[in-house]
Ligand binder design. Structure first.
Ligand code: UT7
Length: 326
């Protein structure tokens, strides 16, 4: 393969565990109400992994669906990049377990990427670069999380916000001449490590030798999210010469309906073009963009040839945006 290749989106798939935890269920556990959660976040329910179901279990299901949507076999996949902040184990990478279960191409590579809620964009950026350079010809990009395992279920300010799930996207490297204007146009990524204390997990192998629990100053994160997401969306579109009015679909990280609306207002985009699925799965961190993307492709909203802009912000802080013609 010679010359720069283009990463084409060939298929998407999502998976949510069977068990549903509603806002009413949560009101039995902590001092909260369905109306508070709906009004402040738009979330109505979330899915919780069963005992024995791990991040890799969810990732494998989502990957199988993405492969089916792409019409490809697992042994045609050379690279797996899996974004997660809730790996099955400290090591090896959860991606390695997914590789073994799927039976992807021998001689390929599989590894994890950690950028919390922005993880899917970071993983997409990594895979896109490998494909563009011709180092691999196909990739599975996965976002998979079991945040239920790192929540403090006595803290109403965080436990109502998150859920478990996985989403996956199949990419293949194509000659730009045959790809036309389709494929990933650009991924823009940012990190500001100085904001660590606003969103973090208070444990880890090297610090506490424990897993820890998620801690967040939600209202501070909210303000930064609106500004950072708006700036990234405008910046990635400007860099690729695309007026925001030409973007068919915005696929945001699904954290809070009020963040989606505030960003849309700030940069003047039509809210009808913003895919929102958070009501039924809450914030699934790295899984949320591919879950929303897969759902909107499956229900016929996003169609081949549409221009899609993905955007996310999370712990780190890490944030970014990606532009792709489906
Ligand atoms: O994916 C990573 C990125 N994360 C995010 O994007 C999350 C961003 N933040 C948010 O989504 C919102 O800030 C929250 C949903 C977390 C909170 O909404 P808010 O409007 O910023 O509320 P707040 O934190 O300012 O809290 C308002 C009040 C407080 O009570 P007082 O101090 O005003 O008496 C909280 O104690 O709401 C109270 N509160 C609750 N009340 C009922 C906080 N959580 C709850 C709850 N039920 N679950």
């Amino acid at each position: 393969m010679s010359g720069e290749q283009r990463s084409l989106i060939r298929g998407l798939g999502g998976y949510l565990p069977e068990r549903i935890l509603t806002n009413a269920d949560l009101a039995q556990m902590v001092d909260t109400t369905d109306s508070w959660i709906v009004e402040r976040t738009g979330i109505r329910e979330r899915h919780i992994a069963a005992d024995g179901e791990t991040t890799s279990t969810l990732a494998i299901r989502a990957a199988e669906r993405a492969l089916a949507a792409a019409g490809m076999r697992a042994d045609e996949i050379e690279l797996i990049v899996l974004a997660t902040a809730t790996p099955d184990q400290t090591f090896p990478a959860t991606a390695a377990r997914v590789q073994a279960a799927l039976g992807t191409a021998s001689g390929g590579a599989a590894f994890d990427v950690q950028a919390v809620c922005s993880g899917f964009l970071f993983a997409t950026g990594v895979a896109d670069n490998f494909l563009a350079r011709g180092q691999f010809r196909s990739a599975l990009v996965i976002g998979a999380e079991t945040f239920s395992r790192i929540l403090d279920w006595t803290d109403r300010t965080t436990c109502v916000l998150f859920g478990d799930g996985a989403g996956a996207m199949v990419l293949t490297a194509e000659d730009p001449k045959s790809a036309g204007d389709r494929g990933i146009m650009g991924v823009e990524l940012h990190t500001d490590g100085s904001k660590h204390d606003l969103l973090f997990v208070d444990g880890g192998p090297s610090s506490t030798k424990t897993v820890g629990h998620l801690r967040m100053q939600g209202n501070q994160v909210f303000k930064h999210a609106v500004v950072n997401l708006s700036n990234s969306i405008e910046s990635v579109a400007r860099r690729h010469g695309v007026p925001l009015s030409e973007v068919d679909w915005f696929i945001p990280h699904q954290a809070n309906q009020r963040i989606l609306e505030a960003v849309a207002r700030r940069i003047g985009i039509d809210e009808k073009k913003v895919i929102s699925t958070l009501a039924h799965h809450a914030n699934t961190s790295a899984a949320s963009i591919p879950l929303a993307f897969a759902e909107a492709v499956d229900d016929g909203r996003i169609r081949p040839g549409d221009l899609a802009l993905m955007e996310a912000m999370g712990g780190g802080f890490s944030w970014g945006a990606a532009l792709a013609r489906v």
